[in-house]
Design a protein around this ligand. Structure first.
Ligand code: PRP
Ligand code: URA
Length: 210
């Protein structure tokens, strides 16, 4: 199966990501901007959510309209930085369930290390949006999706703010069935596997830990 890889070119998204990149952006502004970009990207990511016909009554007459069928979305942030996307996505789809996958990159090997996984019980029936601001080597996203698939997840897409070409290649190779939504595609990785130009360490910038 071929992945869909979509890089957003919307001016509002480009502008907000430009602000996110700047060193002087405070954690408070960073959190607000990640939420806003999440909301804008989420609009497209949820484009193919299933609808069902429902009969309603307007002040004028009875009619049949389309409404979302069931509560079938799951948002799964990769801890920590993925948390920044959750509120924006929940504003769009308030009934979505939220699972969590905890992974950190080993500072020397840059390999992901798992420390937490809690998913909705009915994960096998849900459309799943895995969210993380950064797709660098792709190791964390690929490992998170491995875990979600092991627990029964099937219908999965991945959404990030900034991706390196190396990460896109690794993720699409590891999971050819997963569509990838990207706010901005950057140039490369540096010797520490950070995205260039990137925005630095997304978790530290969101939570002010450095
Ligand atoms: C960051 C980021 C991704 C990962 C991307 O998390 O939020 O999860 O790195 O890198 P990769 O594509 O090379 O795997 P980090 O490991 O810094 O953990 P944190 O969010 O807890 O700070
Ligand atoms: N993780 C981050 O937070 N930033 C990068 O550039 C790479 C991995």
């Amino acid at each position: 199966m071929d992945n869909k890889v979509m890089v957003f070119d919307h001016p509002l998204i480009q502008h907000k990501i430009a602000l996110l990149r700047q060193t002087g952006t405070t954690s408070k502004d960073f959190r607000e901007l990640v939420k806003e970009v999440g909301l804008l990207m989420g609009f497209e990511v949820t484009r193919d959510l299933p609808l069902e016909p429902v009969e309603i009554e307007t002040p004028i007459c009875k009619t049949t309209v389309n409404m979302l069928s069931g509560e079938d979305l799951a948002i799964i942030p990769i801890l920590r930085a993925g948390l920044g996307f959750v509120d924006g996505m929940l504003e769009l789809v308030p009934n979505a369930k939220v699972g969590h996958v905890g992974l950190y990159r080993d500072p020397d090997t840059h390999e992901p290390v798992e420390y937490y996984c809690k998913l909705p019980e009915d994960i096998d029936k849900r459309r799943i949006v895995v969210v993380d601001p950064m797709l660098a080597t792709g190791g964390s996203a690929a490992a998170a999706i491995d875990l979600i698939k092991q627990k029964g997840g099937k219908n999965i897409c991945f959404m990030c703010l900034i991706a390196a070409p190396e990460g896109i290649e690794a993720l699409t190779k590891a999971h050819p069935d997963v569509d990838v939504f990207i706010g901005a595609k950057d140039e490369c990785l540096n010797e520490n596997a950070y995205i260039v130009p990137g925005l630095g360490d997304a978790g530290d910038r969101l939570f002010g830990t450095k």
